[in-house]
Write a protein that binds this ligand. Structure first.
Ligand SMILES: *Cc1c(COP(=O)(O)O)cnc(C)c1O
Length: 409
C-alpha cells in the first residue's frame, strides 16, 4: 500500500514528456519510471521501489538482470580485447558461429548488431537467391500483423501499416498475407516472382499470436514445392524462450534462413542471420559487412549466454515455468469477464482483454509489476526471464487479478 501511495499523483496520463528534459528525439512515449538496478527478475527504480520484471527488457534478458556469468564475460573480454574489425579472424566469432549453427541446425551465420540488421541480411540473401535465378522483381511474402524491424528493408517486410506511415516509398517486393493461413500462401504458387516466405513462428509485437500446430510444417512444404526460401524470424521467440532453442524446432522443421537477436546478448547488442544449403553461400566477400558486428566482446557474451542456458537447464525451465505461470494466470483471472484468452508457449505469454483500459502498464507498475501492453492495447504481454521462481509466477498472477478487478465495471 505504501508503494501505491507513493505512486499516486505521479503517474498521470500524458505526463511522460514532462520528465523528458534531455534533448532526445521523441521516438518513445516513455513511462516515467527510471530503473537503476536489476538482479535476477527484480528491478529497482531511482526512488528505491522494487519491481518484479515480467517483461525482461522485451524478451532480451532471458538470464535475468546482472547475471554473474554475463557480467564476468563482459568484464574479462573488455580487459582482453573488445574490437579489431572483420578484416581479421576473430576467434570468439568463429567459436560462437559454430555453437550457434549447432543449436540452430544451420550451416553458416553472419553476426550483426541487432534484430533488424539480421533481418536485413536475410532479405539481402533472398535478393541474391532471386538474381541467381534470373528473377529481376522478386517478391517476399510476409504476414499481416508481423514485425521485422524498422530499417527500410525490415520495415517493408513488416505487416503493420501504422509504423510505416510517412516513410514511403518503401522497398518494393513485399506482399502481405494473413498469418496462420496456408491457403493464402498457396495462392502464390503460380507466381514466378516469389522467392521467399518470411515469418515469425509466433507473432510477438502483434500480441503473442500463436499459429496452428501444422503452420510451420505446412510453410516448409509449400516452400519446398516451389523452391522458395523459408525465412524464420526468431528474434523474439528464439534462444530458449519457448522451451527449445528455436521455436521452429517444435515443428520439427529447419528454415533455409533464420534470424536471432534479443536474448542472444541478454542486453549486450548482437544479432545473427544463419542459413543452410545454397542460402548459406550467397553472401560472398564484399557482398555484405558490418563494423561492429561479431566483435570479440559481443561474441564472448553470446557464447556465455548459450553456455549458461545449457548449464542451468533453462530450456526445460522455460517450458515448465511457462506452463506453471499459465496455470496460475488461469486460476486467478481465467474466469474474469474482461479476459478473452490466456495463451502462450514457454515464457512468451499473453492475456488478451475484452477492452483497452487506460494507462494499464502504469497500473501494473503501481503494484510493482513490469509488463507490456500491446495488440491494440488489449493484450498484456509477458516475456520474463527463465530464472523466475514459482513464487514470482504466483505474484504475477495475483497482481494481474488485482489490476483486472480494479478495471471491471
Ligand atoms: C524485436 C524484433 C525485431 C527487431 O529487432 P531489433 O533488435 O529491435 O532491431 C525483429 N523481429 C522481431 C520478431 C522482433 O521481435
Amino acid at each position: 500500500m505504501t508503494l501505491l501511495k507513493k505512486f499516486i499523483g505521479k503517474f498521470r496520463p500524458n505526463s511522460a514528456n514532462k520528465h523528458q528534459t534531455a534533448p532526445l528525439m521523441s521516438t518513445y512515449a516513455r513511462i516515467p519510471v527510471r530503473f537503476v538496478r536489476g538482479e535476477g527478475c527484480q528491478l529497482w527504480d531511482d526512488k528505491g521501489n522494487e519491481y518484479l520484471d515480467a517483461l525482461g527488457g522485451i524478451a532480451v534478458c532471458f538470464l535475468g538482470h546482472s547475471h554473474k556469468s554475463i557480467s564476468a564475460a563482459i568484464s574479462d573480454q573488455a580487459q582482453a580485447l573488445m574490437h579489431t574489425s572483420n578484416l581479421f579472424e576473430i576467434p570468439e566469432q568463429a567459436k560462437l558461429g559454430q555453437r550457434f549453427c549447432d543449436i540452430a541446425q544451420m550451416d553458416a551465420v553472419f553476426f550483426a548488431n541487432s534484430g533488424t540488421e539480421a533481418n536485413e541480411a536475410a532479405i539481402k540473401i533472398s535478393r541474391r537467391y532471386a538474381h541467381a535465378r534470373g528473377i529481376d522483381n522478386p517478391i517476399v511474402l510476409s504476414a499481416e500483423g508481423s514485425f521485422h524491424g524498422r530499417s527500410f528493408g525490415a520495415l517493408s517486410a513488416t505487416g503493420n501499416t501504422a509504423i510505416k506511415e510517412g516513410f514511403g516509398p518503401l522497398l518494393p517486393g513485399f506482399e502481405h498475407v494473413p498469418y496462420d493461413n496456408l491457403d493464402a500462401i498457396r495462392e502464390y504458387s503460380s507466381n514466378k516472382n516469389v522467392v521467399a516466405v518470411m515469418i515469425e513462428p509466433i507473432q510477438g509485437e502483434a500480441g503473442i499470436v500463436i499459429p496452428s500446430n501444422d503452420y510451420l510444417a505446412g510453410l516448409r512444404k509449400i516452400c519446398d514445392d516451389n523452391n522458395w526460401l523459408l525465412i524464420v524470424d526468431e528474434i523474439q521467440a528464439g534462444m530458449g524462450r519457448t522451451g527449445r532453442w528455436f521455436a521452429y524446432q517444435h515443428a520439427g522443421i529447419r528454415p533455409d534462413v533464420m534470424t536471432a537477436a534479443k536474448a542472444l546478448g541478454n542486453g549486450y547488442p548482437i544479432g545473427a542471420c544463419a542459413a543452410r544449403g545454397e542460402a548459406a553461400r550467397l553472401l560472398n566477400p564484399g557482398a555484405h559487412g558490418t563494423t561492429f558486428g561479431g566483435n570479440p566482446l559481443a561474441c564472448k557474451v553470446g557464447l556465455t549466454v548459450i553456455d549458461t542456458i545449457e548449464n542451468e537447464g533453462l530450456l526445460e525451465a522455460a517450458s515448465e515455468l511457462g506452463e506453471f505461470l499459465k496455470a496460475a494466470l488461469n486460476q486467478q483471472i481465467g474466469d474474469l469477464d474482461n479476459v478473452v484468452e490466456i495463451r502462450g508457449q514457454g515464457l512468451m505469454l499473453a492475456v488478451e482483454l475484452t477492452t483497452a483500459y487506460e494507462n494499464l502498464a502504469m497500473q501494473f507498475l503501481e503494484l510493482g509489476l513490469v509488463v507490456n501492453i500491446t495488440g491494440g492495447a488489449k493484450v498484456i504481454r509477458m516475456l520474463p526471464s527463465a530464472l523466475l521462481s514459482k513464487d514470482q509466477c504466483e505474484q504475477i498472477a495475483m497482481t494481474c487479478k488485482r489490476v483486472l478487478d480494479n478495471n471491471r465495471s
